[in-house]
Design a binder for this molecule. Structure first.
Ligand code: FMN
Length: 287
């Protein structure tokens, strides 16, 4: 890794030394010196913190490192986005231009990753046939379970399961299943909600912090998409199904050695939520 301190621009403020947790930089007799360039994980903190543009780094795209305008940071705008974003389950029959999806992904690519691994990938599916096949596979499975609960011995097992309070995770979906089936026959999609695009966020299978990296990115996708007038919904049913079904993983053409940790549908909302959400009070304790 080639890192260079530009002598005549450097004021020796030591911010590069303070901000580098990889100990690539050290204060040697009042001079910030690059002592371990091979330990650099390309987090770009030294370049971002340097107020004088006194650092060059050949492993980074310096064009991406732009001055931040503090006047542009508006907490009220952020609050409106965070409070206003809702899960969208009704979409316009309208495609999203590829450039807009790319814009979302290139922005959320700024999300933090553990040890700056930057190991998150995005599978973008807009092929209607694949989307329909995914929905049909998951809904078909749920429908099968529902029919099993209608006859012996499934009905008996379901009766017993219902005694346990934790069963509400199952009953919540099985109780209204006949309605879901009837509506599905009319064209409604209760799995991917007929969204035009599905983004599957993936990372190395069983990698350290793969799940965390993907889900931080997923949160950013949802908020940023909302700011662009798009709607999203996290599809946990698909997370689960992909975990257990190789057939589904093949269907979405997941690259080898990777696992999908977050699934998000995205599209133009059929209508907008006029008001913000109500939430339980946060469980919070000062220690
Ligand atoms: C991990 C996770 C899994 C979810 N899975 C689904 C899902 O499979 N289908 C769905 O329609 N919504 C799903 N949702 C959306 C939640 O139901 C939704 O976020 C919650 O009800 C709060 O509503 P809001 O997103 O509109 O604020 C999921 C959300 C999260 C965070």
């Amino acid at each position: 890794m080639k890192i260079r301190r530009i002598e005549d621009k450097c004021t020796k403020c030591m911010l590069c030394v303070k901000d580098c947790v990889s100990v690539v930089w050290k204060d040697i007799n009042g001079i910030p010196e690059i002592v371990a360039p091979d330990d650099c994980n390309s987090c770009s903190h030294c370049l971002a913190v340097c107020p004088h543009g006194a650092i060059e780094h050949d492993g980074l795209d310096q064009a991406q490192i732009q001055k931040i305008d503090p006047d542009f940071i508006d907490s009220e705008v952020y609050e409106t986005i965070a409070r206003g974003r809702r899960s969208v389950r009704q979409y316009k029959d309208k495609n999203i231009p590829n450039e807009l999806i790319e814009k979302v992904i290139s922005l959320v690519n700024h999300s933090p990753t553990a040890s700056n691994s930057q190991n998150v990938g995005y599978l973008v599916i807009s092929d209607k046939k694949i989307l329909r096949n995914i929905s049909n596979a998951i809904f078909g499975f749920a429908r099968k379970i529902f029919y099993l609960t209608k006859k012996f011995p499934g009905n008996l097992i379901y009766k017993i399961i219902k005694i346990f309070p934790a069963s509400d995770i199952i009953t919540r979906y099985l109780e209204p299943m006949q309605y879901y089936i009837d509506e599905t026959k009319k064209g409604r999609d209760f799995i991917l909600h007929n969204a035009p695009v599905l983004i599957l966020v993936h990372a190395p299978k069983n990698g350290n912090f793969s799940n965390e990296n993907c889900n931080i990115s997923a949160g950013n996708i949802m908020n940023y998409a909302y700011s662009l007038g798009l709607g999203t919904c996290y599809i946990g049913f698909l997370n689960l199904s992909l975990k257990y079904s190789k057939k589904l993983r093949n269907l979405v053409k997941l690259p080898g050695g990777r696992m999908i940790y977050a699934c998000i549908i995205i599209g133009y909302p059929a209508y907008k939520h006029a008001n913000t959400a109500s939430r339980k009070k946060p469980v919070m304790k000062w220690v």
